[in-house]
Design a protein around this ligand. Structure first.
Ligand code: ZN
Length: 329
């Protein structure tokens, strides 16, 4: 057993430079969510030509996805931005292993504020820098080269190994859902997401929500007659913060000793008003909250709904004009 381990480790060492080149290449191809096509074409070719895998490239179908309860609504389809899966056929008789990861990255924002250029994948002091270096192109490179190193060491696993490179994770997770619907299953799975090199045997869930609140439109010169939607919206931001405090005091999970990291709940977008000198009569909050394994997400949603209703009932305006809570996935 020790010799197998050493054989694999020395193969990993042997492929170090090639791995760094692969990682730098996939970082240097911008793949902000919605623009994953080019990097996927590169990866598909690589899996076919370098690893000799059976490669499946397909554009997920919005029509098929939208029938699944795990679907997260999105405002664009998957034309020109396919999923890529590479399959290594094992010798037979073993258990299969699936690696999952996403190729999309979030936008870079102001490029001039980056210490290292987001798309040049610079190497400095043993680290590779760039958009997606951590989340999660290094994960993709790691599992691509894990398989490559095992195979090039002359070993043949008994079980199949499935490598997934999915799209649209940053906005929805629909890429992975599409891979499941495509039939990719295994006896065990590993996600290469960022984890500070820790093994994380559990995964949180996330619930997306919106809260809309209305005030009254009124001319700014008689603003005392109106109800300011920003003030009411802020009250609901505080209500969401309070809801997090309640959950922090109640929710426990053995795999998350610091529960604060597991169940963040917040309003991340606050949209209100249309003009600096116009009275704001509508406010839209967009937020998310996380759940731990074995929590019933419908129950958590009901609790949030009841909490928002309870807070609204303490405010004369919100009591008669209740905020509208919508769950978005
Ligand atoms: Zn990620």
């Amino acid at each position: 057993m020790q010799s197998v381990k050493n054989t694999v480790l020395s193969s990993v060492d042997k492929h170090r430079e090639e791995l760094v080149e692969f990682l730098r290449k996939v970082i240097s191809i911008p793949s902000v969510t919605g623009q994953e096509g080019e990097v996927q074409a590169y990866i598909a070719d690589y899996l076919r030509d370098r690893l000799g895998l059976r490669v499946d490239v397909w554009e997920p179908s919005l029509e098929e996805l939208s029938k699944h309860p795990g679907y997260v609504p999105v405002d664009r389809g998957y034309e020109g931005r396919p999923n890529v899966v590479g399959v290594y056929n094992g010798a037979g008789g073993g258990r299969s292993l699936l690696f999952n990861g996403h190729v999309d990255v979030i936008p870079v924002g102001d490029e001039s504020s980056w210490r290292h250029h987001p798309w040049r994948s610079e190497v400095k002091q043993g680290c590779v820098y760039g958009r997606g270096a951590s989340d999660m192109k290094s994960g993709l490179a790691a599992y691509t080269f894990a398989l490559l190193s095992v195979v090039e060491a002359g070993l043949k696993p008994r079980g199949d190994v499935i490598l997934e490179y999915t799209v649209d994770e940053e906005l929805s997770g629909n890429g992975t859902l599409a891979a499941i619907l495509r039939g990719y299953r295994a006896d065990a799975g590993i996600s290469g997401e960022t984890s500070s090199m820790n093994i994380q045997p559990a995964c949180i869930g996330r619930i997306w929500f919106e809260i809309e609140v209305r005030g009254t439109p009124v001319g700014v010169q008689r603003k005392w007659e109106g109800v300011n939607a920003i003030h009411k919206g802020y009250k609901l931001v505080q209500a969401v913060d309070d809801f997090e405090q309640i959950r922090l005091s109640e929710v426990r999970h053995p795999l998350y000793p610091d529960i604060r990291e597991a169940i963040p709940c917040l309003v991340g977008v606050f949209e209100a008003g249309s003009y600096p000198s116009a009275f704001p009569d509508r406010c839209l909050l967009k937020g998310s909250l996380a759940t731990v394994p074995n929590e019933d997400s419908d129950q958590v949603k009901t609790r949030l709904k009841e909490h928002i209703q309870a807070v609204a009932s303490t405010d004369p305006w919100l009591r008669s004009h209740p905020p509208v809570l919508r769950f978005k996935g």
